[in-house]
Write a protein that binds this ligand. Structure first.
Ligand code: GCO
Ligand code: MG
Length: 402
Protein backbone atom coordinates (compact mmCIF):
# COMPACT_ATOMS: atom_id res chain seq x y z
CA UNK A 1 0.00 0.00 0.00
CA UNK A 2 1.71 3.15 -1.22
CA UNK A 3 1.16 6.63 0.20
CA UNK A 4 -0.13 8.75 -2.66
CA UNK A 5 -1.12 11.91 -0.86
CA UNK A 6 -0.99 13.52 2.56
CA UNK A 7 -2.75 16.74 3.44
CA UNK A 8 -3.09 18.94 6.47
CA UNK A 9 -6.60 20.11 7.35
CA UNK A 10 -6.98 23.07 9.71
CA UNK A 11 -10.40 23.89 11.08
CA UNK A 12 -12.01 25.61 14.02
CA UNK A 13 -15.39 24.09 14.92
CA UNK A 14 -15.51 25.86 18.29
CA UNK A 15 -11.72 25.62 18.67
CA UNK A 16 -8.72 24.97 16.42
CA UNK A 17 -7.75 21.51 15.25
CA UNK A 18 -5.04 20.34 12.88
CA UNK A 19 -5.59 16.98 11.20
CA UNK A 20 -3.31 15.00 8.91
CA UNK A 21 -5.00 12.80 6.32
CA UNK A 22 -2.87 10.19 4.55
CA UNK A 23 -4.25 8.58 1.39
CA UNK A 24 -2.97 5.38 -0.23
CA UNK A 25 -3.09 3.97 -3.74
CA UNK A 26 -5.61 1.35 -2.51
CA UNK A 27 -8.18 3.97 -1.59
CA UNK A 28 -7.70 3.39 2.14
CA UNK A 29 -6.93 6.56 4.10
CA UNK A 30 -6.11 7.33 7.72
CA UNK A 31 -6.22 10.41 9.92
CA UNK A 32 -4.15 11.64 12.83
CA UNK A 33 -4.49 14.63 15.14
CA UNK A 34 -1.68 17.22 15.00
CA UNK A 35 -3.13 19.89 17.29
CA UNK A 36 -0.75 21.79 19.57
CA UNK A 37 -2.89 24.36 21.35
CA UNK A 38 -1.77 27.93 20.69
CA UNK A 39 1.08 26.82 18.38
CA UNK A 40 -0.97 25.08 15.67
CA UNK A 41 0.62 26.73 12.66
CA UNK A 42 4.13 25.64 13.64
CA UNK A 43 3.06 22.00 13.35
CA UNK A 44 1.22 22.72 10.09
CA UNK A 45 4.41 24.17 8.56
CA UNK A 46 6.52 21.31 9.93
CA UNK A 47 4.18 18.78 8.36
CA UNK A 48 3.61 20.53 5.05
CA UNK A 49 7.17 21.69 4.42
CA UNK A 50 9.23 18.89 5.94
CA UNK A 51 7.18 15.73 6.48
CA UNK A 52 4.60 15.35 3.70
CA UNK A 53 7.25 15.35 0.91
CA UNK A 54 9.01 12.47 2.70
CA UNK A 55 5.86 10.38 2.89
CA UNK A 56 4.81 10.32 -0.74
CA UNK A 57 5.69 7.01 -2.39
CA UNK A 58 6.46 5.18 0.87
CA UNK A 59 4.89 1.89 1.88
CA UNK A 60 2.15 2.82 4.37
CA UNK A 61 2.44 -0.52 6.16
CA UNK A 62 5.99 0.23 7.40
CA UNK A 63 4.88 2.21 10.44
CA UNK A 64 7.97 1.61 12.56
CA UNK A 65 10.37 2.41 9.75
CA UNK A 66 8.54 5.65 8.93
CA UNK A 67 8.56 6.60 12.62
CA UNK A 68 12.32 6.03 12.82
CA UNK A 69 12.89 7.88 9.55
CA UNK A 70 11.03 10.95 10.82
CA UNK A 71 12.66 10.85 14.26
CA UNK A 72 16.26 10.09 13.30
CA UNK A 73 16.04 11.70 9.89
CA UNK A 74 15.30 15.17 11.26
CA UNK A 75 18.63 15.13 13.12
CA UNK A 76 16.98 17.61 15.58
CA UNK A 77 15.27 15.20 17.90
CA UNK A 78 12.24 15.49 20.16
CA UNK A 79 10.34 18.65 21.09
CA UNK A 80 6.59 19.28 20.94
CA UNK A 81 6.42 20.42 17.30
CA UNK A 82 8.41 17.48 15.91
CA UNK A 83 6.77 14.87 18.11
CA UNK A 84 3.24 16.14 17.41
CA UNK A 85 3.94 15.97 13.68
CA UNK A 86 5.35 12.43 14.02
CA UNK A 87 2.33 11.46 16.14
CA UNK A 88 -0.07 12.60 13.43
CA UNK A 89 1.71 10.48 10.80
CA UNK A 90 1.92 7.50 13.16
CA UNK A 91 -1.75 7.64 14.13
CA UNK A 92 -2.86 7.96 10.50
CA UNK A 93 -0.72 4.94 9.56
CA UNK A 94 -2.13 2.80 12.39
CA UNK A 95 -5.59 3.90 11.25
CA UNK A 96 -4.77 2.73 7.72
CA UNK A 97 -3.27 -0.59 8.89
CA UNK A 98 -6.26 -1.38 11.08
CA UNK A 99 -8.73 -0.41 8.37
CA UNK A 100 -6.88 -2.59 5.86
CA UNK A 101 -7.03 -5.47 8.36
CA UNK A 102 -10.75 -4.82 8.89
CA UNK A 103 -10.18 -4.46 12.65
CA UNK A 104 -10.65 -1.82 15.30
CA UNK A 105 -7.15 -0.66 16.23
CA UNK A 106 -7.25 -2.18 19.72
CA UNK A 107 -7.45 -5.66 18.15
CA UNK A 108 -4.29 -5.03 16.20
CA UNK A 109 -2.49 -3.83 19.32
CA UNK A 110 -3.19 -7.10 21.12
CA UNK A 111 -6.88 -7.03 21.97
CA UNK A 112 -8.89 -5.63 24.84
CA UNK A 113 -7.47 -5.90 28.36
CA UNK A 114 -10.70 -4.57 29.89
CA UNK A 115 -14.36 -4.03 29.05
CA UNK A 116 -14.25 -0.25 28.98
CA UNK A 117 -11.97 2.70 29.62
CA UNK A 118 -12.49 4.49 32.94
CA UNK A 119 -12.63 8.22 32.25
CA UNK A 120 -12.72 11.36 34.34
CA UNK A 121 -14.72 14.45 33.56
CA UNK A 122 -14.19 18.06 34.62
CA UNK A 123 -16.32 19.79 37.25
CA UNK A 124 -15.51 23.51 37.32
CA UNK A 125 -17.22 26.21 39.33
CA UNK A 126 -16.76 29.87 40.15
CA UNK A 127 -16.75 28.98 43.86
CA UNK A 128 -16.97 25.96 46.18
CA UNK A 129 -20.78 25.71 46.09
CA UNK A 130 -20.88 25.75 42.29
CA UNK A 131 -18.07 23.19 42.01
CA UNK A 132 -19.83 20.89 44.50
CA UNK A 133 -22.97 21.17 42.30
CA UNK A 134 -21.00 20.43 39.16
CA UNK A 135 -19.52 17.30 40.74
CA UNK A 136 -23.13 16.20 41.35
CA UNK A 137 -23.98 16.89 37.74
CA UNK A 138 -21.12 14.70 36.50
CA UNK A 139 -22.14 11.96 38.93
CA UNK A 140 -25.65 12.12 37.49
CA UNK A 141 -24.22 11.70 33.98
CA UNK A 142 -22.61 8.46 35.17
CA UNK A 143 -19.01 9.54 35.75
CA UNK A 144 -17.13 7.56 38.39
CA UNK A 145 -14.12 9.87 38.45
CA UNK A 146 -14.27 13.67 38.42
CA UNK A 147 -11.63 16.37 38.35
CA UNK A 148 -12.63 19.36 40.48
CA UNK A 149 -11.35 22.93 39.99
CA UNK A 150 -12.78 26.08 41.49
CA UNK A 151 -12.43 29.83 41.37
CA UNK A 152 -10.38 31.11 44.32
CA UNK A 153 -11.57 34.22 46.21
CA UNK A 154 -9.48 37.22 45.15
CA UNK A 155 -7.70 35.37 42.32
CA UNK A 156 -8.79 36.56 38.87
CA UNK A 157 -8.85 33.82 36.24
CA UNK A 158 -7.85 30.90 38.49
CA UNK A 159 -6.87 27.86 36.42
CA UNK A 160 -9.55 25.44 35.29
CA UNK A 161 -12.65 27.55 35.82
CA UNK A 162 -15.06 27.31 32.90
CA UNK A 163 -16.86 30.04 31.12
CA UNK A 164 -20.34 29.09 30.11
CA UNK A 165 -21.87 25.72 30.54
CA UNK A 166 -19.61 22.69 30.98
CA UNK A 167 -16.92 23.54 28.45
CA UNK A 168 -13.56 24.84 29.56
CA UNK A 169 -11.51 26.50 26.85
CA UNK A 170 -8.44 28.37 28.02
CA UNK A 171 -7.12 29.50 24.59
CA UNK A 172 -9.48 32.45 24.34
CA UNK A 173 -7.73 35.37 22.62
CA UNK A 174 -5.36 36.33 19.80
CA UNK A 175 -2.89 37.59 22.38
CA UNK A 176 -2.61 35.77 25.72
CA UNK A 177 -5.12 36.73 28.42
CA UNK A 178 -3.33 37.68 31.64
CA UNK A 179 -4.46 35.81 34.73
CA UNK A 180 -3.40 36.20 38.35
CA UNK A 181 -1.75 33.58 40.51
CA UNK A 182 -1.51 33.61 44.29
CA UNK A 183 -0.05 30.50 45.89
CA UNK A 184 -0.94 31.22 49.49
CA UNK A 185 -4.63 31.90 48.68
CA UNK A 186 -4.70 28.66 46.68
CA UNK A 187 -3.05 26.30 49.16
CA UNK A 188 -5.37 27.35 51.97
CA UNK A 189 -8.41 27.16 49.69
CA UNK A 190 -7.89 23.79 47.94
CA UNK A 191 -8.39 21.52 51.01
CA UNK A 192 -11.66 23.37 51.79
CA UNK A 193 -12.90 22.61 48.29
CA UNK A 194 -12.25 18.88 48.66
CA UNK A 195 -13.65 18.77 52.17
CA UNK A 196 -16.90 20.25 50.84
CA UNK A 197 -17.00 17.81 47.92
CA UNK A 198 -16.45 14.75 50.14
CA UNK A 199 -19.04 16.00 52.66
CA UNK A 200 -21.65 16.34 49.92
CA UNK A 201 -20.79 13.42 47.65
CA UNK A 202 -19.29 10.80 49.95
CA UNK A 203 -16.28 8.55 49.59
CA UNK A 204 -17.10 6.46 46.56
CA UNK A 205 -16.50 8.89 43.74
CA UNK A 206 -12.88 9.24 42.55
CA UNK A 207 -11.65 12.84 42.75
CA UNK A 208 -8.80 14.40 40.82
CA UNK A 209 -7.18 17.81 40.87
CA UNK A 210 -4.83 19.73 38.56
CA UNK A 211 -2.31 22.15 40.08
CA UNK A 212 -1.11 23.11 36.58
CA UNK A 213 2.59 23.47 37.41
CA UNK A 214 2.02 26.35 39.85
CA UNK A 215 3.78 25.31 43.09
CA UNK A 216 7.35 24.90 44.26
CA UNK A 217 8.27 21.34 45.35
CA UNK A 218 7.93 22.06 49.06
CA UNK A 219 4.58 23.83 48.54
CA UNK A 220 3.43 20.86 46.51
CA UNK A 221 4.44 18.53 49.35
CA UNK A 222 2.43 20.61 51.76
CA UNK A 223 -0.63 20.69 49.52
CA UNK A 224 -0.47 16.93 48.92
CA UNK A 225 -0.32 16.35 52.66
CA UNK A 226 -3.26 18.63 53.36
CA UNK A 227 -5.32 16.84 50.69
CA UNK A 228 -4.64 13.36 52.09
CA UNK A 229 -7.87 13.18 54.15
CA UNK A 230 -9.88 13.53 50.90
CA UNK A 231 -8.15 10.56 49.21
CA UNK A 232 -7.51 12.00 45.77
CA UNK A 233 -7.08 9.66 42.81
CA UNK A 234 -4.29 12.03 41.83
CA UNK A 235 -2.80 15.46 42.19
CA UNK A 236 -1.61 16.55 38.75
CA UNK A 237 1.37 18.67 37.70
CA UNK A 238 1.95 19.84 41.25
CA UNK A 239 5.25 21.46 40.26
CA UNK A 240 7.03 21.94 36.97
CA UNK A 241 8.84 18.82 35.81
CA UNK A 242 11.98 20.14 34.20
CA UNK A 243 14.00 19.25 37.28
CA UNK A 244 12.61 15.81 37.96
CA UNK A 245 14.67 15.23 41.10
CA UNK A 246 12.42 17.84 42.71
CA UNK A 247 9.68 15.24 42.92
CA UNK A 248 11.68 13.42 45.58
CA UNK A 249 10.94 16.32 47.86
CA UNK A 250 7.22 16.12 47.08
CA UNK A 251 7.21 12.34 47.66
CA UNK A 252 8.93 12.68 51.04
CA UNK A 253 5.99 14.69 52.30
CA UNK A 254 2.87 13.13 50.87
CA UNK A 255 1.17 9.89 49.87
CA UNK A 256 -1.30 11.70 47.61
CA UNK A 257 -0.75 9.96 44.22
CA UNK A 258 0.99 12.10 41.60
CA UNK A 259 0.33 12.45 37.87
CA UNK A 260 2.65 14.25 35.45
CA UNK A 261 3.38 14.35 31.74
CA UNK A 262 0.75 16.05 29.58
CA UNK A 263 3.43 18.34 28.14
CA UNK A 264 6.02 15.57 27.73
CA UNK A 265 6.78 14.50 24.22
CA UNK A 266 9.18 11.58 24.51
CA UNK A 267 10.15 8.65 26.70
CA UNK A 268 13.24 10.59 27.73
CA UNK A 269 11.05 13.24 29.39
CA UNK A 270 9.34 10.52 31.44
CA UNK A 271 12.29 8.32 32.29
CA UNK A 272 13.59 9.81 35.53
CA UNK A 273 10.16 10.24 37.08
CA UNK A 274 9.19 6.68 36.19
CA UNK A 275 12.42 4.88 37.04
CA UNK A 276 12.67 6.60 40.41
CA UNK A 277 9.00 5.90 41.11
CA UNK A 278 8.36 9.58 41.67
CA UNK A 279 4.95 9.50 40.01
CA UNK A 280 2.00 7.12 39.96
CA UNK A 281 0.43 8.07 36.60
CA UNK A 282 2.06 9.13 33.36
CA UNK A 283 -0.02 11.68 31.42
CA UNK A 284 1.85 11.54 28.09
CA UNK A 285 -0.59 11.21 25.24
CA UNK A 286 -0.78 9.90 21.69
CA UNK A 287 -0.86 13.30 19.96
CA UNK A 288 1.99 15.02 21.78
CA UNK A 289 4.24 12.04 22.47
CA UNK A 290 4.95 10.49 19.10
CA UNK A 291 1.79 8.51 18.43
CA UNK A 292 0.76 4.96 19.24
CA UNK A 293 4.23 3.62 18.41
CA UNK A 294 5.99 5.77 21.00
CA UNK A 295 3.22 5.57 23.62
CA UNK A 296 3.67 1.81 23.66
CA UNK A 297 7.30 2.29 24.65
CA UNK A 298 6.43 4.80 27.35
CA UNK A 299 3.77 2.49 28.78
CA UNK A 300 6.19 -0.44 28.66
CA UNK A 301 8.76 1.47 30.69
CA UNK A 302 6.07 2.62 33.13
CA UNK A 303 4.82 -0.95 33.62
CA UNK A 304 8.21 -2.00 34.99
CA UNK A 305 7.72 0.43 37.88
CA UNK A 306 3.98 -0.01 38.48
CA UNK A 307 3.30 3.42 37.02
CA UNK A 308 -0.03 3.49 35.23
CA UNK A 309 -1.24 5.52 32.27
CA UNK A 310 -3.52 8.54 32.59
CA UNK A 311 -3.55 10.09 29.13
CA UNK A 312 -4.23 13.77 28.63
CA UNK A 313 -7.62 14.26 26.98
CA UNK A 314 -8.53 17.94 27.13
CA UNK A 315 -10.74 19.39 24.38
CA UNK A 316 -7.74 20.83 22.57
CA UNK A 317 -6.96 17.23 21.59
CA UNK A 318 -9.29 16.43 18.70
CA UNK A 319 -11.68 13.46 18.54
CA UNK A 320 -9.03 11.78 16.35
CA UNK A 321 -6.72 11.86 19.38
CA UNK A 322 -9.48 10.64 21.66
CA UNK A 323 -10.30 7.73 19.35
CA UNK A 324 -6.66 6.65 19.07
CA UNK A 325 -6.14 7.04 22.83
CA UNK A 326 -9.16 4.87 23.59
CA UNK A 327 -7.86 1.98 21.49
CA UNK A 328 -4.52 2.31 23.27
CA UNK A 329 -6.26 2.50 26.68
CA UNK A 330 -8.42 -0.55 26.03
CA UNK A 331 -5.32 -2.59 25.22
CA UNK A 332 -2.54 -1.22 27.47
CA UNK A 333 -1.90 -3.59 30.41
CA UNK A 334 -0.99 -0.84 32.92
CA UNK A 335 -3.95 1.42 32.23
CA UNK A 336 -4.97 3.86 34.96
CA UNK A 337 -7.55 6.35 33.70
CA UNK A 338 -8.30 8.51 30.65
CA UNK A 339 -9.19 12.21 30.76
CA UNK A 340 -12.40 12.95 28.87
CA UNK A 341 -13.55 16.51 28.45
CA UNK A 342 -16.51 16.46 26.15
CA UNK A 343 -16.15 18.17 22.79
CA UNK A 344 -18.76 20.64 21.59
CA UNK A 345 -21.49 19.50 19.21
CA UNK A 346 -19.82 21.44 16.37
CA UNK A 347 -16.56 19.55 16.93
CA UNK A 348 -18.32 16.19 17.15
CA UNK A 349 -20.11 16.89 13.85
CA UNK A 350 -16.83 17.60 12.03
CA UNK A 351 -15.26 14.44 13.46
CA UNK A 352 -17.85 11.63 13.31
CA UNK A 353 -16.73 8.85 15.66
CA UNK A 354 -17.66 5.45 16.99
CA UNK A 355 -16.53 5.89 20.61
CA UNK A 356 -19.30 6.04 23.16
CA UNK A 357 -19.74 6.76 26.86
CA UNK A 358 -21.66 4.50 29.18
CA UNK A 359 -21.72 4.29 32.94
CA UNK A 360 -18.44 6.12 33.50
CA UNK A 361 -16.54 4.21 30.81
CA UNK A 362 -15.71 5.00 27.20
CA UNK A 363 -15.41 2.33 24.54
CA UNK A 364 -13.68 2.99 21.19
CA UNK A 365 -16.31 1.02 19.25
CA UNK A 366 -15.81 -1.69 16.65
CA UNK A 367 -15.31 0.40 13.50
CA UNK A 368 -12.11 -0.65 11.69
CA UNK A 369 -9.22 1.76 12.31
CA UNK A 370 -9.28 4.41 15.03
CA UNK A 371 -13.03 4.81 14.52
CA UNK A 372 -12.88 8.56 13.86
CA UNK A 373 -13.29 10.36 10.53
CA UNK A 374 -13.21 13.96 9.40
CA UNK A 375 -15.99 15.57 7.37
CA UNK A 376 -13.83 17.81 5.20
CA UNK A 377 -16.71 19.78 3.70
CA UNK A 378 -18.05 20.67 7.11
CA UNK A 379 -14.52 21.38 8.41
CA UNK A 380 -14.06 23.94 5.61
CA UNK A 381 -16.94 25.96 7.07
CA UNK A 382 -14.90 26.64 10.21
CA UNK A 383 -11.71 28.53 9.26
CA UNK A 384 -8.72 28.78 11.58
CA UNK A 385 -9.01 31.35 14.38
CA UNK A 386 -5.70 32.50 15.89
CA UNK A 387 -5.84 31.81 19.65
CA UNK A 388 -3.23 31.61 22.38
CA UNK A 389 -3.23 30.13 25.86
CA UNK A 390 -3.32 32.53 28.81
CA UNK A 391 -0.33 33.53 30.90
CA UNK A 392 -0.17 33.96 34.68
CA UNK A 393 1.48 36.64 36.81
CA UNK A 394 1.90 37.01 40.55
CA UNK A 395 0.32 39.99 42.36
CA UNK A 396 3.53 42.00 41.95
CA UNK A 397 3.58 41.37 38.20
CA UNK A 398 6.18 38.58 38.16
CA UNK A 399 5.64 36.16 35.29
CA UNK A 400 4.58 32.71 36.56
CA UNK A 401 3.70 29.31 35.14
CA UNK A 402 0.24 29.25 33.61
C1 GCO B 1 -5.62 19.07 31.52
C2 GCO B 1 -4.77 20.17 31.01
C3 GCO B 1 -5.39 21.06 30.00
C4 GCO B 1 -4.33 22.03 29.47
C5 GCO B 1 -4.58 22.29 28.03
C6 GCO B 1 -3.60 23.23 27.42
O1 GCO B 1 -5.23 18.50 32.53
O2 GCO B 1 -6.61 18.77 30.89
O3 GCO B 1 -4.03 20.76 32.01
O4 GCO B 1 -6.55 21.68 30.41
O5 GCO B 1 -4.33 23.20 30.18
O6 GCO B 1 -4.57 21.07 27.37
O7 GCO B 1 -3.82 23.34 26.06
MG1 MG C 1 -3.42 19.11 33.26
Amino acid sequence: MIIRNAKVIICSPGRNFVTLKIETDQGVYGIGDATLNGREKAVVAYLEDHVVPLLIGRDASRIEDIWQALYRGAYWRRGPITMTAIAAVDTALWDIKAKAAGMPLYQLLGGASRNGVLVYGHANGADIAETVDQVGRYKDMGYRAIRAQSGIPGVKGAYGVGRGDMYYEPADAILPTETLWDTSSYVTFAPKLFEAIRNEHGDEIELLHDVHHRLSPIEAGRLGKSLEPYRLFWMEDCTSAENQEAFQLVRQHTVTPLAVGEIFNSIHDCRELIQNQLIDYIRATVVHAGGITHMRQIAGLAALYQVRTGCHGATDLSPASMGAALHFDLWVPNFGIQEYMRHSEETDAVFPHSYNFEDGYLHPGETPGIGVDIDEKLAAKYPYQPRQLPIARLRDGTMWNW
